[in-house]
Ligand binder design. Structure first.
Ligand code: SF4
Length: 369
């Protein structure tokens, strides 16, 4: 069987100017490091042999009939990463063939950016959405950061702009502003400090204020408000994946199997968290499954994370998957990652003056420990 690639024949992007010779438009990274030839993407005995150990990691979640389509990309990407001195960061919501077979670092968005800063790679490829790539660039300003699809956005990050934050500050003068990391660099530049879902309460209380503006996730804001005496003024953003879960849906799973463990992300609505056994960040959810080893678990979050944890935990736990997929995360695919490595696109660039202010908000959070 041959997993042929349309990318092999795909020309570089061109700017079409009437009457002019069309020349390929190269990113700054491509001009610096050069474009490489597209590798052969045939399914061969060599590819099968060299990727067999990786298929072992994902065979519980990827049928063997699909592997010949993934494997040529997996081998090509792993070869090119070495050639480019590149590191691939994969968020917990990336598909199993990315997360388990080509990623060098996996985790939540902040873990990824922090770990990338420790690597001596010249190039960071972000397997995740745009705000994550920006955070990686903020913490790794001297490295080339690429995202395989510039359109990989996020409903939370898109819900608020820097101008919105400036207006909030005018409306509530003197009230400090905390931004969840799921925000653009432009928004991070306008706030006092960032937070993640795991440290949000600690960050809010660290400010020593009786009122705090918390943005952009209304549900994470409610989660924090229920766990602190600080008054929370919330923005109205929501994650389009987590807000779809309902308490009724989870109660039906519980009625079918009272022993099932239901663990939810704090981006879910409060009534969903109320009927769950545990709520925590993606890293905390993974830790829960690995340490408590429940016989049956329902992860109330993006669907690929259950596949990835299932692959890592090797059949100890049975996973129930109410498959809510993030359409933005799913824009990142093996062919696009390969494209990034060959052509060095799309490069994440942040205005240096804005980056200084945005980085300060992230670093204030990191300094809290
Ligand atoms: S899962 Fe939700 S928060 Fe995460 S990238 Fe997708 S839309 Fe954004």
């Amino acid at each position: 069987m041959e997993a042929a690639s349309v990318l092999a024949e795909r020309p570089l992007a061109v700017t079409r100017l009437p009457g002019a010779v069309n020349l390929p438009v190269l990113s700054a990274a491509a001009r610096k490091f050069g474009v490489l030839p597209m590798p052969n993407l045939a399914w061969t005995p060599e590819v099968e042999r060299e990727t067999a150990h990786l298929y072992e990691k994902v065979k519980a979640v990827i049928p063997s009939v699909e592997w010949p389509f993934h494997a040529p990309y997996v081998k090509a990407i792993n070869d090119l990463k070495k050639q480019r001195n590149a590191v691939l960061l994969a968020h917990n919501y990336q598909t199993p063939e990315i997360y388990n077979c080509v990623a060098d670092v996996v985790g939540d968005s902040l873990q990824l950016a922090k770990l990338a800063a420790k690597s001596d790679a010249d190039i960071i490829i972000q397997g995740g959405v745009h705000f994550m790539a920006e955070t990686s660039k903020l913490l790794n300003p001297d490295k080339t950061v690429l995202i395989p699809d510039m359109k990989a956005g996020c409903s939370l990050a898109a819900s608020i702009t820097g101008a919105d934050v400036r207006l909030l500050r005018k409306t509530y003068p003197g009230v400090p502003v905390v931004a969840y990391v799921n925000t653009s660099a432009e928004v991070k530049a306008e706030v006092d400090i960032c937070c993640t879902s795991s440290n949000a309460v600690k960050v809010v209380e660290s400010l020593g204020a009786d009122t705090v503006i918390f943005l952009p996730d209304q549900y994470l804001a409610k989660y924090v408000a229920a766990r602190t005496k600080v008054k929370i003024i919330a923005w109205h953003g929501a994650c389009e994946v987590h807000e779809r879960f309902t308490a009724d849906e989870l109660n039906r799973y519980r009625a079918d199997d009272p022993s099932i463990k239901i663990i939810a992300h704090p981006e879910c609505p409060p009534e969903v968290i109320a009927v769950s056994d545990f709520a925590g960040s993606t890293a905390a959810m993974i830790d829960y499954v690995k340490t408590k080893k429940p016989a049956r678990v329902l992860l109330v979050t993006e669907c690929s994370m259950a596949d990835n944890v299932q692959a890592e935990t090797g059949g100890v736990t049975e996973f129930v998957k109410p498959c809510n997929l993030c359409p933005h995360m799913k824009r990142i695919t093996l062919p696009k990652i390969l494209d990034s490595l060959v052509y060095l696109r799309e490069e994440v660039v942040i205005d240096p003056a804005l980056a200084v202010r945005a980085r300060a908000s992230v670093e204030r959070m990191i300094a809290l420990g």
